[in-house]
Design a protein around this ligand. Structure first.
Ligand code: AMP
Ligand code: FE
Ligand code: FE
Ligand code: ZN
Length: 291
């Protein structure tokens, strides 16, 4: 939580998901939940899409929550998953928009292939059940398969489905196209956005960031590291703070809220107002929606 001078404490949560990707609440509902949770500034950062921006902006104006429009770009570093947050980019920047479209399109058909592999192994899931879980126009992803398994009573939670069958090291895992993280940093910058590496040291050892990867992204203009995140233990936080110091990167903290899809609660980690001010100052794609 950061101190906002005379205005008192400001709660700034810069990483959330809606039904435009794999969150379980519509964009306007995420904004309403943020307000209830006492979040003053919210970023909506759906995977590979800006589809949720317009309804979120309407709700933000109506409910008096400041909105930072963002994305979470799925990237692949030689097959290893990397997530890059991009704040306030121009959604119509041709190169960025084309890359996001390409990534979304390459996800189409992927869930069917994963489900076919699972069904061939005797798991009780069909593609029709999965399709029923994908909201119209949403960036589809493995959480929608998890939702089908929850709906049929096969597992209790998304997390159980991931732990049993949907992890990156599962035999059922199927890749989709995703840009290299250094290229994604360049694209976000070209679009006037501010790139921040999301949960760089997540619990999954196969995707946790090496110093080399972060250095390469920093050399390309990476602005910050999402250091304060539920997936980071104390060692990961210490490592992130040291790297941010050495490479002159901003430090953010956020919830990565997915509605009922994950335990993550709005505002459970927050970003300092001075860091948000720096993100705004460095952006030129779109302006924040203010109260
Ligand atoms: P995909 O986009 O298909 O690669 O799926 C990745 C998404 O799955 C991430 O954005 C997470 O939100 C979600 N995810 C990964 N692990 C878990 C988990 N253990 N529980 C719930 N959601 C998860
Ligand atoms: Fe997600
Ligand atoms: Fe992520
Ligand atoms: Zn996320």
């Amino acid at each position: 939580m950061g101190r906002d001078g005379a205005a008192g404490w400001m709660r700034i949560d810069l990483h959330t998901h809606s039904t435009a990707s794999d969150g379980t609440q519509a964009p306007a509902e995420v904004v309403a939940s943020a307000r209830e949770a006492g979040v003053d500034v919210l970023a909506l950062t759906d995977h590979d899409t800006t589809q949720g921006w317009a309804p979120a902006a309407d709700a933000a104006t109506r409910l008096g929550v400041a909105l930072v429009r963002g994305i979470e770009v799925s990237c692949s570093d030689h097959g290893r998953s990397v997530h890059l947050l991009g704040y306030l980019p121009d959604p119509d920047h041709p190169a960025l928009a084309a890359e996001l479209r390409r990534a979304r399109e390459s996800r189409v058909g992927r869930l069917r292939r994963i489900v076919e592999l699972m069904a061939a192994d005797g798991l009780p899931v069909t593609y029709a059940q999965v399709q029923a879980q994908v909201p119209p126009g949403a960036t589809e992803g493995r959480p929608h398969i998890a939702d089908a398994l929850v709906a049929s009573g096969t597992v209790a939670t998304r997390d159980e489905a991931f732990r049993r069958w949907l992890g990156n090291d599962s035999p059922y895992y199927v890749r989709h196209y995703a840009p290299d993280p250094v290229h994604a940093v360049e694209l976000v910058l070209e679009a006037g956005g501010v790139p921040v590496y999301a949960h760089p040291f997540g619990r999954d050892l196969s995707t946790t960031a090496t110093d080399r990867r972060i250095e390469a992204m920093a050399a390309a203009g990476l602005a910050g590291l999402e250091v304060h995140h539920r997936d980071h233990d104390a060692d990961a936080v210490a490592r992130g703070l040291a790297l941010a110091e050495r490479l002159s990167l901003l430090v953010t903290g956020s919830s990565d809220y997915h509605g009922a899809g994950k335990e993550n609660r709005l505002g459970e980690h927050t970003t300092d107002p001075a860091v948000l001010a720096e993100i705004e100052a460095r952006s030129s794609g779109v302006v924040p929606v203010l109260r």
